[in-house]
Design a protein around this ligand. Structure first.
Ligand code: HEC
Length: 138
């Protein structure tokens, strides 16, 4: 027997429509995630990082190839993971007045204040690319 159009039909149709909307939405999300991945892959440019490190004179404190600090209170940087370096630099930027989220160090804060997020990523990629002698002492 042919049933008239019922609330049940409407419900089933609604679910189908919602499912296809969801599919479309997740396709959009996947595309966005991909675009983001591509963008962050492009963001790290170690050669631009070197240009920035030279023009900002990072070696004045962190030493030749950022591996021979001029004083023991300046850390060795060469070879450190880019992710770590990026977040360290970002934290110095945020440090001012944000003790929970940032690193409060007036010296480093001054070094990174004018740099963009992309600059920080490029610097981080450069630091990671350097051969360093940070070692675990046995
Ligand atoms: C005037 C000296 C000076 C200059 C110039 C300088 N730094 Fe620093 N840097 C420091 C000091 C001091 C610290 C340690 C700060 C602290 O105690 O948090 C530091 C810490 C860092 C750290 C954190 C390291 C870690 O292991 O957590 C990074 C990364 C860094 N500097 C990168 C840079 C970069 C990149 C530049 C150039 C844009 C630069 N520094 C320029 C003095 C300097």
């Amino acid at each position: 027997m042919n049933k008239p159009y019922t609330a049940e039909h409407a419900l089933v149709r609604g679910v189908a429509v919602r499912a296809s909307l969801l599919k479309a939405a997740s396709a959009v999300c996947a595309a966005a995630a991909l675009a983001f991945a591509v963008q962050s892959a492009h963001a790290a440019d170690a050669s631009n990082g070197k240009v920035l490190a030279d023009s900002h004179n990072c070696a004045a404190c962190h030493g030749v190839n950022l591996n021979k600090p001029v004083s023991p209170e300046y850390p060795k940087l060469a070879g450190q993971h880019a992710d770590y370096v990026f977040w360290a630099l970002r934290q110095y930027q945020m440090g001012n007045g944000n003790v929970n989220f940032g690193r409060s160090n007036p010296i480093m804060q001054a070094q990174v204040q004018s740099l963009s997020e992309r600059d920080l990523k490029d610097l981080a990629a450069y630091v990671e690319s350097l051969k360093g002698d940070l070692v675990e002492k046995k």
